[in-house]
Design a binder for this molecule. Structure first.
Ligand code: GAL
Length: 417
């Protein structure tokens, strides 16, 4: 998939590695919302304090990182990939496979990363046993965020099942309140679809389909029910949501223009940035029907091969900061996630983060820890985009659940939809 990029470079483009000034360390990322940018400030500040190199940001708008991955491909094709790139999951292996990434083994050994990162996360960070990336955090994707004041208006407690969720949404809709804030991009549809998949079809089927990519899993009748439940969810959405960004949707919950949002805990970064207080102004619970399940999404930075020794040194310094306890605490308190490094104390984190950690530990013992397919932890970007397109077209049309399943089948078979 990205092989041609490597060929383009070997065929004579300028030497790869950052083309910026020697002391510039370029970082490509997609953290541009209010909460994300505030978290990024933490990283920039810590880096400024520790290094002489200047962090040059290339920030690409677009939640989920799909625009950023596109931008990276064109940078690589022109022979000038940035020195550091925000990237996740199987994409890391693909870029490693093409020989773009540099090894961090020296600093990893010195700082004993092997003992600091749980295996489930470390495996994503290594290519052929070499550390090529560092984990920033653990985001949980299957969260329901709700406005406490609006819940109080309905004397509602957090629903435990999808049926209860939809019954509450019916009440809200009848009284003219918008039950769910939901943005207008395919990756946001995919995020909710995955949560509804888990609530409806369970973890085993999720693993079979999205991790093992066993397309026969689609013959299970529960997949059709997933599409039906998703159709029901869509019936509560504002039809005027085209192009709406995820953080603008979160803002609707903060300002009581909507009661709930199904979104990963980067949404909490927006609540906090707006000075909304957990348990007082807003609440967080696992998406109804997914209690005990933890769909995980680990943000990480990968390091591209560079010819300059100064850049290499600056990259190592950067990696070391990301792996440090002060960074893991400060960054994640802002970002909504929990630390990816083991044994980092959570006493200064809020109740949602504490619940997240508790559920992460529980789920890892019961088989409920699942790599989020919609957030690039199980499938590559092309595959995710195709599946997301099916779900979005389904949401915007009268397509039947059977047709939805059939289109998923086409994607898994590698056929055009
Ligand atoms: C996710 C990413 C999060 C958050 C979100 C919205 O894929 O892991 O850190 O940024 O996209 O942009």
């Amino acid at each position: 998939m990205i092989a041609y990029l490597r060929i383009a470079i070997l065929a004579g483009a300028a030497s790869f590695g950052s083309q910026a000034m020697a002391q510039d360390l370029e970082i490509l990322h997609w953290w541009t919302s209010g909460g994300e940018a505030k978290s990024m400030e933490v990283l920039k500040k810590m880096y400024r304090e520790k290094s002489n190199a200047h962090l040059k940001e290339s920030n690409i708008r677009g939640g989920g990182g799909f625009n950023a991955m596109k931008a990276l491909k064109s940078r690589a094709a022109s022979g000038t990939p940035p020195a550091i790139v925000q990237m996740k999951g199987p994409e890391i292996q693909e870029w490693g496979q093409q020989g773009f990434l540099t090894s961090l083994n020296e600093v990893a050994k010195e700082e004993k990363w092997e003992q600091k990162v749980p295996d489930v996360i470390a495996s994503y960070m290594k290519h052929k046993n070499n550390w090529v990336a560092v984990p920033v955090n653990v985001h949980r994707v299957n969260w329901l965020w709700y406005n406490k004041e609006l819940f109080a208006k309905y004397k509602a407690t957090p629903p435990k099942t999808l049926d209860e969720l939809f019954a509450l949404a019916d009440k809200m809709k009848a009284k003219g309140d918008l039950p769910f804030a939901h943005g207008g991009q395919p990756w946001q549809d995919a995020t909710v679809f995955e949560a509804i998949f888990l609530a409806t079809a369970g973890p085993e089927l999720h693993k079979r389909l999205f991790v093992e990519q066993d397309e026969k899993a689609l013959d299970d009748p529960r997949v059709k029910t997933v599409f039906e439940n998703f159709r029901r969810y869509v019936s509560y959405l504002d039809s005027n949501r085209a192009g709406l960004d995820w953080d603008k949707a979160t803002e609707m919950v903060i300002s009581k223009r909507a009661a709930m949002q199904i979104m990963g805990d980067w949404a909490k970064g927006e609540f906090l940035k707006a000075h909304a207080v957990p348990d007082k102004n807003f609440g967080c619970v696992a998406v109804p029907g997914t209690d005990g399940l933890f769909s995980f999404n680990v943000d990480s930075f990968v390091f591209f091969e560079t010819k300059s020794a100064t850049s290499k040194k600056a990259q190592n310094q950067f990696a070391s900061i990301v792996m440090s306890e002060p960074f893991q605490i400060e960054f994640n308190r802002n970002k909504g996630s929990i630390p990816a490094v083991l044994d980092v104390p959570l006493q200064d984190f809020d109740s949602c983060a504490k619940l997240s950690k508790e559920d992460f530990v529980k789920a890892s013992k019961t088989g409920g820890l699942l790599p989020s397919y919609s957030h690039q932890m199980a499938l590559n970007v092309d595959m995710i985009n195709s599946l997301a397109e099916v779900v979005s077209v389904f949401a915007q049309s009268q397509m039947t659940a059977e047709e939805g399943v059939r289109n998923f089948k086409k994607v898994f078979k590698g056929n055009k939809i």
